[in-house]
Structures are given as structure tokens and as C-alpha cells.
Design a protein. Sequence first.
Length: 278
Amino acid sequence: MASVMAQTSSEQVTSGPVWRKRTTRQELALWLGWLVLIAFFIFCWQVMTKTTIWAFVYDAPRQALDIGSRMFPPRWEYLPNLLEPLWDTIAIATLGTLLALFMAVPVAFLAARNTTPSTRFVRPVALLIIVSSRSINSLIWALLLVAIIGPGVMAGIVAIAFRSIGFVSKLLYEAIEEIDAVQVEAVSATGASKAQIMDYAVVPQILPAFAGITVFRWDINIRESTVLGLVGAGGLGLRLQESLNVLAWPQVTLIFILILITVLVSEWVSAKVRHAII
């Protein structure tokens, strides 16, 4: 009798619902997703390798070793010729960042829901400006501006500024939307005007975020400005392009070292400033 009851209870346990991580439909969808992903990868690989000359690919390690052997030692006596381009690079990043701030701050206030004059008309225009700025790389801006303004530092400054508007505006308008509404209501209750509300309730809350965004973007612009010279926008990139054109590999190595030092210093300055702010 006991054995019969044990067998019955075991049958009840085994005949109950079995836990599964996914349903049959989810399993099929997962396998279909993997199949589509693999097919897409194969298609991309075929497109990528369609015009690839595999003889060059197989010879790449030997070429890399050959060029690497000619890049050392760096040509240190070329360093005085890089001081002015280095200053141009820093100036492009700094002035481009400042110019971007003048344009990005109003755009951010127009894009934030709690400060825009109109969520139906003004805010979409501000968001369009932000998206347009962020969707075009600084090199593309530099190519266009070199054709319009001409080669030189000015094209690099404007290219950095146009690229930075979207970055600064997006982060800043998100910070504006996250401010404490209680402080705004408290200032409003005193009968303050809109300008006074902005001055005493909104701006003090976003100043730390604004300072951090500014320094972070300046740090990014230092790195971007080093390569703008490749398209004629001045800075170290212009000297790099000249050295590459004449296959002066020791000069290329020196420029790489100088770019690395510049980026490391900007990273250190950016980290110190952000730490002091936060």
C-alpha cells in the first residue's frame, strides 16, 4: 500500500508543470535571431573582402616590422618645429570649446522641457540642432569648412565648435530637466520674475554639471584637434600629414609621442578639475 502511494505521488510530481526558462516561441525567436545575425555577418564579410587584396594582408606583418624599424629613434631635433603646431592644436581645442559654449547654452535651455518657451515649436528645432551637430564628425566639418573658409586654424576652431554644440547641449539640457523643482517653486513664490527664477533657482543647480561638461568636452577636443590638420585645419595633424607624405618616419614617431603627451596632460588636467568641482 505504501509503495502504491509513493508511486502515485511521484507520478503527480512528474506530471505537474515543468519550469522552462523560455517558451517554445521564445526559443524559436532566439534561434531565428542568431540565424539572422550570422547571415548578416557573412554578408558583411563578403562585402568587406570583395575588393580586398589578400597578398597585401598576408604581407602586412613584414611591412609593419619594416616601417617600425625605420621609425626609431625619433628625430628629436625636429621638436622645435612642432612647438607652434602644438600651440595651434591647444588653441583650436580651447577656442573651439569656448565658441561651442556660447552657442550650446541657449540651445540647451530651449531644448529642456522645463525651460523651453514652446515644447511644440521651439524644442523640436533645438533638438534638431543637437542631433545635426552630433551626427557629423569633426573631420567632416573640417573638410567642409576648409573649402569655405580656407585652410588654417580658423577652420579647425569652427569645426570643433560645430561638433561640440550637440554634445554640450544634450548633457546640459538633461541636467536642466533634472533640477529640483522645489527650489524653483520656492523662488517663484516670492514673486520673482522669470529671469530671477533662472538666475537664483536654475543656474546654481546646473553650474557643477556645466563645469564638468565643459572640461570633459575640452579634453575630447584636444584629441580631436590633433588630427584636424590631416584635412588642412592646422595643428599637429598638418605636420603629421607632411611627414607621412615624405615618409619621414622618425618625425612621425616624434609627433606621435608629442600627441600622446598632450593627451595625457589634458586627461590629468581634466581629472583634477572635475575632482575639484565634484
